[in-house]
Design a protein around this ligand. Structure first.
Ligand code: C2O
Length: 586
């Protein structure tokens, strides 16, 4: 199967759906304007300075290792670099706070630049796990069994491969050359998608090597389609090399509810299944529509050398991805394996899940006409190191893995049931019939206030909008974004809250929460702890389409409802802002 065939089938799937068609959907009517990312560059960190100033000071030396004298000022505005292999230290298990060894089995290596596969190489086609034929399943099992049979200290071994995830996310390394030290962390920023793409790429190539099949492709867990919204059978069956016992066994036969939080009733009751599936599909559809013009909303925000997570925010895709981890892993602390980053990749299911995440990025890139999501060199030049299928340590740059095509793999073109699904996604509007208004219980809502608030019970606040009744052209220039600021979730632990938006009725609000806008979902992961102040994250949710759906275009204010689901979370504030779209000339 050639790639052009795949590309055509994906494109035609896309263009068959009127909502997504370029001509009819303003989202895809991408105008050519200069790149403007000013909206995403609010720096919360006052200790950072711009690279250009550093460059002047250093006579043009370009590097991530520059530091500026006193007060721990860091040179940012440089791409995150691979770690110094000789400086690995114990990592931290987020839940237990115990040190763990996540260092690679080598501390020196001659690192060569990654060379993307040649175009004469065939395209490896990743298929949905629930549709694999027996031959494909057996091949996958054989490869994993061989990987598991390797000596534990072999960088190709299943355990060492799983440890790589811990290395890059639990603080086994600091960012090279940065003082004071900043933990290397590839979650919670624009590095999330490219790093995981590379990780899977080498995992797949090594598996192929182990079974002598260069065409070998890993399956993906197609959890964005109704048939895939459960744990794929291939990962079940406790004698299989694909099995892992550390999961939530209540979910083996259950539909995957994206809104699941620990302590929810297990499993989802049969009467709820249709509703859960519909709401899941609607959530994916909305995620794409609200983020298609603003990659930072989908992918996560910038992370430059010297900055630490979670100064910046995860994108919508990463938040949704966290729900999959929580639903798959066991519901008790320390949530091993899937529910804790330190251990997540010990479960073969992890790779099926991440292949789908990668596929969703691939779709996003496709919808946007294959333009790189960011033109910023601090993204394109950011780099990581991996131990490859030729037993060579290679340095891979983000720009090497912007598309699956560059890496010679593709996803089988599945139907996208969330896209233009004709599903009733929006909630029924409150009846406006005369006389019925009295029966609605209306209460007044106040503003958030200036002090941070702990989310122990549902918080409802009224938030002014920067502009009302925006015209079509104005919406093409800027997306309306709900910003939940300064989210302080306890170090390392799991947390979740859901966000709803509704329109006030003459300054009052009904009991109804309104329309679901998105969730903040956090799985245990190591935060930076060397700086004196705590880093807080934020949640940014596009609401341009949502406001059309609830007919709140002309409303000067919105009611935002924050529903606590898990963990102790403190919120700094809630705003509605306009984010300039990122369109630019190629
Ligand atoms: Cu690196 Cu799903 O996490």
């Amino acid at each position: 199967m050639s790639l052009s065939f795949l590309a055509t089938s994906i494109t035609s799937t896309t263009s068959n759906n009127p909502l997504w068609r370029k001509k009819t959907n303003p989202l895809f009517n991408v105008s050519k304007r200069r790149l403007n990312i000013s909206c995403e560059q609010r720096q919360d960190d006052l200790h950072v300075i711009d690279r250009r100033n550093v460059l002047l000071g250093l006579g043009g030396l370009y590097g991530a290792t520059s530091t500026i004298g006193n007060k721990g000022m860091l040179a940012i505005g440089a791409p995150v670099q691979p770690p110094d292999l000789s400086k690995c230290h114990p990592a931290t298990d987020d839940e237990t706070k115990q040190p763990v060894n996540c260092c690679p089995p080598y501390s020196t290596a001659s690192v060569v630049d990654f060379v993307p596969p040649s175009h004469s190489e065939g395209i490896r086609v990743r298929k949905p796990a629930h549709e694999l034929n027996t031959e494909d399943v057996e091949k996958f099992k054989e490869a994993i069994a061989k990987m598991k049979a390797l000596p534990d200290d072999d960088p190709w071994s299943f355990n060492q491969q799983a440890t790589i995830h811990c290395t890059y996310c639990n603080g086994a390394f600091d960012q090279a050359g940065i003082e004071p030290p900043v933990l290397l962390q590839i979650h919670g920023s624009w590095l999330f998608l490219p790093w995981h793409r590379c990780y899977l790429y080498f995992w797949e190539k090594i598996l192929g090597k182990l079974i002598g099949d260069p065409t070998f492709a890993i399956p993906f867990w197609n959890w964005d389609a109704p048939e895939g919204m459960h744990m794929p059978k291939i990962y079940l069956g406790n004698s299989s090399p694909l099995y892992n016992d550390n999961r939530d066994k209540n979910h083996y036969e259950s539909v995957f509810d994206y809104k699941y939080a620990y302590n929810d009733p297990n499993p989802t009751s049969p009467s709820q299944v249709d509703k859960v599936i519909r709401e899941n599909l609607c959530q994916v559809d909305r995620m794409y529509k609200e983020t298609i013009r603003n990659p930072e909303l989908f992918m996560g925000k910038a992370l430059r050398a010297g900055q630490s997570v979670p100064t910046n925010a995860s994108g919508s895709l990463e938040n949704l991805h966290n729900s999959v981890h929580q639903w798959s892993g066991p519901p008790e602390s320390p949530y091993y394996d899937m529910g804790n980053f330190h251990t997540a990749a010990r479960d073969p299911l992890f790779f099926g899940h991440h292949a789908n995440i990668d596929r969703m990025w691939d779709l996003y890139n496709n919808f946007r006409g294959h333009r790189p999501e960011f033109k910023d060199p601090d993204w394109l030049e950011a780099s990581f190191i991996f131990y490859d299928e030729n037993r060579q340590v290679v340095k891979v740059k983000v720009k090497d893995c912007l598309t699956s095509h560059q890496l010679r793999y593709a996803y089988s073109p599945e139907k996208l049931p969330w896209m233009n699904s004709g599903l009733k996604c929006r909630k029924e509007k409150a009846s406006k019939k005369k006389g019925e208004k009295k029966s609605l219980q209306l209460v007044s809502v106040s503003e958030f206030g200036t002090e941070p608030r702990t989310l122990t019970e549902t918080i409802r606040v009224i938030v002014p909008r920067p502009q009302v009744s925006r015209k079509k052209g104005e919406k093409e220039e800027a997306s309306e974004v709900l910003v939940i600021r300064e989210i302080d979730a306890p170090h390392g632990t799991a947390a979740r809250f859901d966000v709803y938006v509704s329109k006030p009725i003459e300054g009052l609000v009904s009991e109804d929460r309104g329309e679901f806008a998105g969730s903040f979902v956090k799985i245990p992961h190591t935060q930076h702890k060397t700086n004196s102040h705590r880093h807080k994250s934020s949640l940014e949710l596009g609401i341009t389409i949502l406001l059309e759906d609830i007919e709140a275009e002309d409303s000067k204010k919105l009611v935002v409802t924050l529903v606590p689901r898990m963990g102790k979370v403190i919120i700094g504030g809630v705003d509605v802002d306009l984010f300039k779209v990122d369109d630019y000339e190629d």
